[in-house]
Design a protein around this ligand. Sequence first.
Ligand SMILES: CC(C)(COP(=O)(O)OP(=O)(O)OC[C@H]1O[C@@H](n2cnc3c(N)ncnc32)[C@H](O)[C@@H]1OP(=O)(O)O)[C@@H](O)C(=O)NCCC(=O)NCCS
Length: 218
Amino acid sequence: MTITLRPATEADAPSIARIATAAFADSLSPLIFPRSQLATATVTEADLTADEVTWRTSMYIKRMREGKPCVVAVEVDESTGEEKEILGSAHWQKPGPEGPEVLGVEVRPATYDKDMFAKVVERFTTKDKETLGPRGHEDYWYAILISVDPKQHRRGIGRKLLNWGLAHARKEGRDAYLTATDAGVPLYEVCGFESMETYDCYGVPLTSMVWRLDKNRQ
Ligand SMILES: CC(C)(COP(=O)(O)OP(=O)(O)OC[C@H]1O[C@@H](n2cnc3c(N)ncnc32)[C@H](O)[C@@H]1OP(=O)(O)O)[C@@H](O)C(=O)NCCC(=O)NCCS
């Protein structure tokens, strides 16, 4: 079996959403799908997971339709060329101004805390501008979301997904930027990112990290 990368399609969205839901279970997910809802008799852990997969699926599709490139890592059987499962994904945003938002795609399940999601996005945006200046990450290759199936960690998949965007940044003479959870920091450091600032996002520590082309010439 070999692991290769290919562009994601909308048909991949449920699989990559399931992986992201599992990968972020210990960090950002409980903010957006509050576990306090489990105190009611009507909501179960399985409901929250299913609702998060539904929401994330719609968000992947929304961002794809907004022109944000998404790449998946897939396991391929070399002897037959047959694609097996999806192992992880990275959603990137190319340098340039944020285009128009695609409306009407995002699905908002009842257990999703849309006000908290808006606050988290606002925190990211404010910090990006504090760290990088008023244009935020507009001049950078920006990694929106990278996640690898928790059963497949430490096989080099995260590095491959990250290097996909960094190769584009190199080709275009750009720097790269992302916001890391604690789980992501070691990967990003080993790939040449530097921590700018660690801050609190409603109880979740996040780190703004920059990859400078001039320090990462090959
Ligand atoms: C972060 C994440 C994407 C890493 O994916 P991965 O496929 O396991 O990473 P790789 O196998 O490519 O790791 C490459 C190198 O990064 C470093 N690294 C990765 N995970 C690490 C960890 N948990 N602890 C220490 N170093 C780590 C190591 O140097 C590793 O090389 P090695 O395995 O030869 O020692 C994955 O753990 C994940 O999906 N986590 C949950 C979601 C998340 O936090 N995403 C990032 C949010 S910004």
